[in-house]
Design a binder for this molecule. Structure first.
Ligand code: KG4
Ligand code: ZN
Length: 351
């Protein structure tokens, strides 16, 4: 198999998931994930110190499970890719320290790659190579961004992003207001399906006049979150919200968020003459977003990976690693520093 694409080991540790995957070209050989999410329900949010310790405990078992599943040994790996940012610095430190140790012990080249671009790259494992150019909407707990992708390895332009809260973050916060367990996103998604999205006209920010011109590809969700809080305080000052009202609020809020996301994403496609829109990140699991994208994207092919590849995983890092190795980019080496706010235009962190 001399001509086969290089085998890449991908390591994800930006938040609460420890993910390890093996990717060859656009083929996923194995993908194993351990998560510490269950530990956070009682705190109502991720505790970085707990997440870092969990990575330490999970890394080796996760890596061995992935190698076994793929039926390969470490010596067969051509390159190692690990997420170098954006993310929680403690979590990143554990994953990249493990990756550096592996690279040192095996002599394999190491690439510190961009977690957010990984959310885009993973789609190639499912739907094949992305056409160039492509518009990417990356929506997660920490990010909501629109990117123009001319080449995932070397030419990514950041068109816009959220001015305040990310879509997932807004869902988690409103989930909390409605008394849903943490993380609120998936619970609110389910609740919204039982509600009427026209029940309450929540505001859509940056959609008219000067704002629309000044922020053509941006989002803002913090005013919307405040509008939900005010609505609840006004109607149910005692906090006893009837179940149907909760569902209607969830549906109306979800419509406002997703309407903004899809409006901007489609506008970016039309303005840049892109006929492909790829959506990635944990929030792309949202059923309303998927429905709206399919409804409104006339003439545009919408690509969204299956839900298990939308939330954080090792496959996304293996996929991006595979892209940068095949593009012959320079490895990051062993001396690079993680960047918790790594620019979205940068696929590989410099040495
Ligand atoms: O990409 P991800 O796994 O981690 C980050 O990099 O942030 O995204 C996690 C975010 C959380 O805010 C979570 O509530 C949200 O994605 N999420 C959802 C759904 N599934 C996950 N939000 C809305 N609807 C869902 N079905
Ligand atoms: Zn993510």
């Amino acid at each position: 198999m001399k001509d086969a694409a290089p085998l890449v080991l991908g390591i994800e540790s930006t938040c609460d998931e420890t993910g390890v995957a093996l990717v060859r070209g656009n083929e996923l050989l194995a993908d194993v994930t351990a998560t510490s999410m269950d530990e956070y329900a009682r705190y109502g949010g991720i505790i970085p110190e707990i997440a870092s310790r969990a990575h330490l405990e999970s890394f080796l078992p996760t890596m061995y499970a992935a190698l076994e599943k793929a039926g390969v040994g470490l010596q067969e790996v051509a390159a190692i890719a690990c997420a170098a940012g954006p993310g929680l610095i403690g979590s990143l430190t554990v994953g990249t320290a493990a990756a550096k140790a592996l690279a040192l012990a095996t002599g394999k080249p190491l690439y510190g790659v961009n977690h957010i671009l990984g959310h885009v790259a993973v789609d190639q494992l499912v739907h094949g190579p992305l056409p160039q150019p492509t518009i990417a909407l990356v929506v997660s707990g920490g990010h909501s961004n629109l990117l123009l992708i001319r080449d995932l390895a070397t030419d990514v332009v950041e068109l816009g992003g959220t001015l305040d809260d990310a879509a997932g973050e807004a869902f988690d916060k409103v989930g909390r207001l409605l008394g849903l367990p943490y993380p609120g996103g998936p619970h609110l998604d389910r609740l919204a399906q039982a509600g009427d999205e026209r029940a309450i006209a929540f505001p859509r920010a940056l959609r008219s006049g000067e704002d629309r011109k000044k922020y053509p590809y941006d989002f803002s969700f913090s005013g919307l979150k405040t509008a939900v809080a005010r609505y609840l305080a006004h109607h149910w000052p005692d906090g006893q919200i009837p179940e149907q009202a909760k569902a209607d609020i969830a549906a109306s809020f979800s419509a406002a968020v997703n309407d903004s996301l899809i409006d901007r994403a489609i506008r970016a496609c039309r303005d840049h003459e892109c006929t492909t829109l790829v959506i990635g990140g944990g929030f792309s699991a949202n059923s309303h977003l998927r429905r709206l994208a399919a409804e409104r994207a006339e003439g545009i092919e919408v690509r969204i990976p299956p839900i298990r590849y939308c939330t954080d995983n090792g496959a996304m890092i293996g996929a991006l690693g595979s892209v940068v190795v095949r593009a012959s980019l320079t490895p990051s080496g062993l001396g690079f520093a993680n960047d918790s706010s790594m620019p979205l235009t940068q696929a590989v962190i410099a040495a």
